[in-house]
Design a protein around this ligand. Structure first.
Ligand code: SAM
Length: 358
């Protein structure tokens, strides 16, 4: 429970962080961002590493009043800015991506993916969907954010999967990206295993874009089940920010349908808006505590409408914004799947729910 008297908190449930900008000039790399600070002593590796290397210089913590204003409920949140630099980085994008990591010994192993951001080599991503297509999937037109968030989400899913099951994303024989949008995450599946990927979405224009530009199979689907796939078709199903937008009766239908297309033992990874999403929501203190209490009490709460798909998918008011509590997910989703883990704030402001088909 969060009441007004307990605020500000010493730590947020998942301490958020973000890399705002990375510049690479010759061999010199400079990463700027913010991360809530815990502990007075710098770890031996330094506060941040780039591609696993110790930085030559780190300025931290720097004042970031803009971040402090968002996370007012976290004590000392404004002291979080950082600049990390390496003067000579020879291979900035091993496997096509630069990894910027914050060093925190207290992160549970299964959640360690959250401590890394991945910045893809833009030279490998010249063929991007246009602004409007990108806006429909993340509510933002920034091309760099589209690439960095997609790469980071993909790699974080991969890390959680390895920790929980010992297998990597691309080692699955048939994977489904449910609600693929314009391939923000799917484009980061390694080319060599992209043929194992199927993506589907109710936004048929975005599906067509994926089909024309990305390796894999992309299929138009409908707002209500069924999916155009056989029973037991997939051994991995992930859905980033889909259950965050459907009302409860529709969610229950989709849980049953995803169980149908998932084979026994298949892994499902779905995101929710939970406590971390409320932390990001810029609510004033009274609204914040009321929303936290309401989500805890009701388990699932529609927080507002969402117009991002208007004109592109006939959703009849079904596409909304939804908060879930952990307890609700364990109780309700747990009737359809075995819940392996709920990783708070793992996909930026989303929680990641990892499940197994019984
Ligand atoms: C917030 S966007 C996220 C897109 C993509 N997963 C990503 O992370 O970039 C949500 C997506 O879910 C799709 N969607 C909503 N309801 C759906 C449903 N019932 N079946 C498949 N896709 C759906 C929307 O069209 C939209 O592309």
């Amino acid at each position: 429970m969060t009441d007004r008297e307990s605020l500000p908190l010493a730590r947020l449930r998942a301490e958020p962080w973000y890399v705002d900008r990375v510049t690479f000039d010759g061999a010199h790399v400079r990463a700027e961002g913010w991360s809530m600070r815990v502990g007075a002593r710098e770890p031996d590796e330094g506060w941040f590493t780039i591609n696993g290397r110790r930085c030559d210089r780190i300025a931290y913590p720097l004042r970031r009043d803009d971040v402090g204003a968002v996370f007012w409920q976290r004590r000392d949140a404004a002291n979080c800015g950082f600049v990390a630099e390496i003067d000579a980085l020879d291979d900035p994008y091993p496997d096509g991506m630069m990894e910027i990591r914050r060093v925190r010994a207290d992160t549970p192993r299964v959640e360690r993916g959250r401590d890394s951001w991945f910045v893809p080599d833009t030279a490998r991503h010249t063929d991007l969907p246009g602004d409007d297509r990108r806006f429909r999937v993340i509510g933002d037109r920034d091309a760099r954010g589209f690439l960095v968030s997609g790469a980071t989400d993909y790699r974080r899913l991969d890390r959680a999967l390895v920790e929980l099951t010992g297998r990597r994303m691309h080692e699955h024989a048939r994977a489904l990206d449910w609600g693929v949008g314009c391939g923000r995450v799917a484009r980061h599946v390694p080319r060599s295993s992209a043929q194992a990927l199927t993506g589907c979405d109710i936004d048929h224009d975005n599906v067509a874009w994926c089909r024309d530009h990305l390796p894999g199979t992309f299929v138009a689907s409908t707002l209500v089940p069924p999916l155009p796939f056989d029973d037991d078709a997939f051994d991995l199903v992930y859905g980033i920010s889909v259950f965050t937008h459907l009302r409860e009766p529709m969610q229950l239908r989709w849980l049953a349908e995803l169980a149908r297309v998932a084979q026994r033992g298949a892994i499902l990874m779905m995101t929710t808006h939970a406590r971390t999403a409320i932390d990001f929501s810029r609510l004033a203190p009274d609204a914040y505590t009321q929303t936290c209490a309401r989500v805890e009490r009701d388990g699932i709460v529609v927080s507002g409408s969402n117009a991002q798909l208007d004109g592109h998918a006939d959703h009849g008011g079904e596409y909304v914004n939804v908060y879930h509590s952990d307890d609700y997910v364990r109780r309700t989703w747990g009737c359809y799947f075995e819940i392996l883990a709920i990783l708070p704030g793992y996909i930026l402001h989303h929680d990641l729910v990892v499940m197994r088909k019984r």
